[in-house]
Design a protein around this ligand. Structure first.
Ligand SMILES: C[S@@+](CC[C@H](N)C(=O)[O-])C[C@H]1O[C@@H](n2cnc3c(N)ncnc32)[C@H](O)[C@@H]1O
Length: 246
C-alpha cells in the first residue's frame, strides 16, 4: 500500500484507535518487551518505531525507560502527547531523523512493520534501526504471519459495540501473503443519527526465515519467538517477535 495511503489511514482512524484497541493488554505487551530488554541487553534508551497513540510507551516510561516515540501520523502523535508523552517525533521509519548509534534499544509493536510493501522496504527499516543502535544494542519488533492472514483473518467478520460506536471488522487473505482489513464505524451522534466511516488497510507478511536472513545481513545475532513467549517461532504462529542484536 502506498506510504501516503497508510498515513491517511492512521491519521483518519486515530480518533477511534484507543477504542478499537480497548481489549489489547498493553501491560502484558510492555511486560514482554521489558523481559526481552532485560534478557538481551538491559539498557534504557529506547526508540519506538510506529509508536501510535503511545499506549505502550507510557507504560515503558513508567517502568523507568527513556523512550522516544516516532510515528508518521501526526494525529496519532497528538493523542500520545495528550498522555503526557513528550519525546515524540513525526517521521517515517524508512528515514529515521537521528544520528548513528544513539539508542540502546529500538522497538516496533503491534504489527507496525506489516505496513510495508515488500521485503526491500522492510530491509530499509532494518538498516535504519541498525544505524541508530549502539554496538550491542537490540532491535525487537513483532509481525503478523502469513499463517494468521490465511487462517484467523481470512473471511473474518466481527461486530462490536463500544460507547457510541458500532464497529464492523472484515478481513480477507490476499494470495500469497497479504491481508486486507476493512473497518466500518457507525458513530451515534444524536437521536439515532449515525455518521459512517470507512477505513481500509493492506498488511503484508513474510516467511520467518526470510525475515531472519534479512536481519542477519547486518545484525550479529537474530532470534524469533512466538509472540509473548521465548519459545522458538514457527510458521504456524499468529504473531512472531524478532530480536536482533547489533
Ligand atoms: C497498528 S499501529 C501500532 C501503534 C502502536 N505501536 C501500538 O502498539 O498501539 C501502526 C502505527 O505505525 C505507524 N506507521 C506505519 N507506517 C509507518 C512509517 N512508514 N513510518 C512511521 N510510522 C509508521 C502508523 O502511523 C501507526 O501509528
Amino acid at each position: 500500500m502506498k506510504y501516503s495511503k497508510v498515513k491517511d489511514f492512521f491519521n483518519e482512524i486515530a480518533q477511534f484507535y484507543d477504542i478499537i484497541m480497548n481489549d489489547v493488554d498493553y501491560k502484558e505487551w510492555a511486560f514482554y518487551i521489558d523481559e526481552i530488554i532485560k534478557k538481551f541487553q538491559g539498557k534504557k534508551k529506547i526508540l519506538d518505531l510506529g509508536c501510535g497513540t503511545g499506549n505502550l510507551d507510557i507504560i515503558l516510561k513508567n517502568k523507568g525507560y527513556d523512550i522516544i516515540g516516532l510515528d508518521m501520523s501526526f494525529n496519532m502523535l497528538k493523542l500520545a502527547k495528550e498522555k503526557n508523552l513528550k519525546n515524540l517525533v513525526n517521521a517515517s521509519f524508512f528515514k529515521i531523523p537521528f544520528k548513528n548509534e544513539q539508542f540502546d534499544v529500538v522497538i516496533s509493536t503491534f504489527d507496525s512493520l506489516n505496513n510495508v510493501n515488500d521485503i526491500d522496504e522492510l530491509k530499509k527499516v532494518f538498516l535504519e534501526a541498525y544505524r541508530v543502535l549502539k554496538i550491542g544494542g537490540i532491535f525487537t519488533f513483532d509481525l503478523n504471519t502469513i499463517y494468521v492472514f490465511k487462517t484467523l483473518w481470512n473471511d473474518y467478520l466481527k461486530v462490536s459495540e463500544v460507547k457510541n460506536l458500532y464497529i464492523i471488522y472484515k478481513s480477507e487473505f490476499i494470495e500469497p501473503d497479504m491481508c486486507l482489513l476493512k473497518i466500518t464505524i457507525f458513530q451515534e451522534l444524536e437521536n439515532e443519527l449515525y455518521k459512517k466511516y470507512n477505513f481500509e488497510i493492506l498488511e503484508k507478511a513474510f516467511e520467518i526465515e526470510k525475515i531472519i536472513s534479512s536481519l542477519k545481513i547486518n545484525f550479529k545475532d537474530v532470534f524469533a519467538f512466538e509472540h509473548l513467549s521465548f519459545r522458538k517461532a514457527d510458521e504456524n504462529n499468529n504473531r512472531v517477535q524478532f530480536v536482533a542484536i547489533k
